[in-house]
Write a protein that binds this ligand. Structure first.
Ligand code: MG
Length: 337
């Protein structure tokens, strides 16, 4: 990076540019083993207890959308990042940056929504902060949430642990959140109403872990979508991933909207989905348990971990070809979450 380089929207995409920003600018200075693992949350031991800790900031525009709002999204996002290491999330902190002139009724609506989301996820908000900036210095409201959870002693779930032979399972349809936000911004409406999938995944994950001791990795495919998240795991676990396009669950409305808008649903954000890597002998068991849960009804095995092409993701397309699925390059949608 050169001295006169500036931050671009792309650096916040969650895709390749974000990855490069983190590895070239943040990691060399903040260098430590916990951060360098680049997981959804850091897992460390304090006084004999293993804790998971994560933080995330929400800038979504519009702040209210079908299926949620910036407040519920901020609770779900951090609950899910803590959950993806196999932790039980317990406590959140919340920080607000609010633009002067923001309507009090909108703030109250967001706070009520956060309260309901926290109650549904079984977590408590135990610390907070509020800053107000001049009109025009921020757009409406930004929210940061951090979260802490407890990891049971025998649990070892990490993006580094995918094994050759593992089944790759997604918990439901992809692209719902991204398409919902974009449609609202474009003022589009569709015959089949689309809504964000924003949801807490800790209940689903704990049932999966109760069903199997052979869950190797979990990650929520948020910014950058399914394709970027699978690339991260392929790199971190040094394995190849082979997907079958026909098996990837897609809501009809989302498929249609993506065709209309020229978007690839595999790169669109999800806010209530997880991808898991499970030993083949337990794949059926885990899939059945996911399908029985309200947030895993449309779960499907979408691929397999292979030894060939470590660090790469390949997809057998619907028409019988094979396509390399790379990380998201370029920002499809700024302020998606
Ligand atoms: Mg995540």
């Amino acid at each position: 990076m050169k001295k006169d380089d500036t931050i671009l929207l792309d650096h916040g995409s969650g895709g390749r540019a974000s990855h490069e920003l983190v590895t070239r600018v943040f990691l060399p200075e903040f260098k430590n083993a916990l951060l360098e693992s680049l997981e959804d949350s850091a897992v460390f031991e304090v006084g004999g207890t293993r804790l998971a800790f994560s933080t995330d900031t929400y800038t979504v525009d519009p702040i209210f959308f079908p299926g949620g709002d910036i407040g519920s999204l901020a609770v779900h996002g951090t609950v899910n990042d803590v959950t993806m290491r196999g932790a039980e999330p317990l406590y959140l902190s919340v920080g607000f940056i609010i633009e002067e002139g923001f309507p009090m009724t909108d703030l109250e609506r967001i706070i009520k929504s956060m309260k309901a989301a926290a109650e549904a996820a079984g977590v408590q908000i135990i610390a907070g902060d509020t800053k107000v900036v001049d009109r025009g210095s921020a757009d409406k409201i930004f929210i940061n949430t951090s979260g802490v959870g407890v990891v049971k002693p025998d649990v070892n779930i990490s993006g580094k642990n995918a094994q050759v032979g593992d089944a790759v399972i997604v918990s439901g349809t992809v692209g719902d959140h991204g398409v919902t936000i974009l449609s609202m911004r474009e003022g589009l409406s569709f015959e089949a109403p689309i809504q964000s999938d924003s949801a807490p995944l800790n209940g689903l994950a704990s049932e999966m872990m109760a069903a199997s001791d052979n869950i190797h990795a979990m990650r929520d495919p948020t910014r950058g979508g399914l394709a970027t998240t699978l690339n991260e795991i392929a790199l971190q676990s040094n394995v190849g991933i082979e997907l079958e396009e026909n098996r990837i669950p897609l809501r009809q409305g989302v498929e249609g909207a993506c065709e209309l808008l020229g978007l690839d649903p595999l790169y669109l954000a999800n806010e209530g989905k997880l991808i898991t890597f499970v030993a083949p002998e337990d794949a059926d068991k885990v899939l059945a348990c996911m399908k029985a849960h309200r947030y895993g009804r449309d779960a499907a095995v979408i691929g397999t971990v292979v030894a060939d092409n470590p660090g790469r993701v390949f997809m057998k397309t619907g028409i019988g070809g094979t396509r390399i699925l790379d990380m998201l390059a370029g920002e499809q949608l700024p302020r998606i979450c």
